[in-house]
Write a protein that binds this ligand. Sequence first.
Ligand code: MN
Length: 436
Amino acid sequence: MMAQLYKQHIAEKMTRFQGILEATGYQAILIGSGETKMQFQDDMAYPFIANPYFREWVPLATRAGCYLQIKAGASKPTLFLLTVEDIWHTAPESLPEGFEQACEVVEYATTDDLKKQLDGATAFINETNALAVAAEDWNSQAVTDQIDYQRRGKTLYEQECVREANRRAAPAHRAAQQAFLAGASEVQIAAAYLAACDCRENEMPYGIIAGVNEHAAVLHHHNLVKQPQTPRSFLIDAGVAVNGYASDITRTYAFDDGSDFAAMIGVMDAQQLELVAAGGIGKSPVGLHVLSHIKAGDILRQFDVIKVSGEEAFESGITAAFYPHGLGHHLGSNVHDRGSNLANAQGDVLPPPEKYPKLRSSAPMVANQIHTVEPGLYFIPALLDKLRSGDQAANINWSRVDDFLPYGGIRIEDNIIVHADDSLENLTRDAFEATN
Ligand SMILES: [Mn+2]
């Protein structure tokens, strides 16, 4: 089934890229997977991962030195695979069974070989200018803007990749939860996660975030600790990559089901589903972001952490101290898919709202887009210190803040497809339900 979907995916991409060639005046686009990078003054390479533009076409995430060529008028792309004898390393990854027919596959051994096979004005996309093309033809923004704009709508193959990435991640999340409840260290929890999804750490779409207790308040807690802690709370943000596409899932757990923190997770979980349901074609991510802040304020009020309403807490900036990130982002071959602020294929950008200059998603949702919904609520000492010395300090119930500080915080994140009929598919909840 995947091979059939891939064939359709390539046909759809060919059509879209013919439009890009026409709009930008090139005869061909050549996308490199990238080159292996060596560590400084050493004979070891960093783990290689092909860039998202390449992965959008070819599911060879670990294969360096490959190029995909899309020519004007061609019905299939040509995939150039670097093929050299190498007795030191494992043979390079090859295409999944049945995928080869979608492309013309050509093996090459040297850059000169490859260059002989290129003709016509070519836009070259690659981290380095490995083929020494003219500077203006290398990563031309006119071309990458076009690519980023078309990638907003995911093909059925891409949707299935992210769906499968959710299916594989759910049992791993369960394993991590069990390890936490058993008193494991953060490092051991991550090991349980990897074992359950049967992945190497380098295959993860992003570094596993696994924070026990106060570490749940560190938004990107990657330096997992080895010492087991007396468990109170646990936040895990981790996905799985399938054919170069990511899932991006966060769950938060309390050790004691009867605690206020457990109750707070329950309220956040219900609110998160309301925020998911508020999305759809044409909906503004900015409006949803504001809604999520008011809801975060409501939770703080409900648990007596603040003395004002959720709405007032949002207006006065209190919620920003407890929830300092965006509600979500687009998901695909990039974990944070590009193009979420583009007004058109020519690269005009929709500016973020003045209040949220860092918000990356500003463009209304379109059909077949995949996005994350990830409201959060945290007790972050550095932000609380600022709040304590600011003009809103009297509106905070500081003894309640102290009650929650040892738990760190909460984030709940699902991956959602906005279908063409405006129905919403929650890939993450479906996957968790299937593992029950
Ligand atoms: Mn995310």
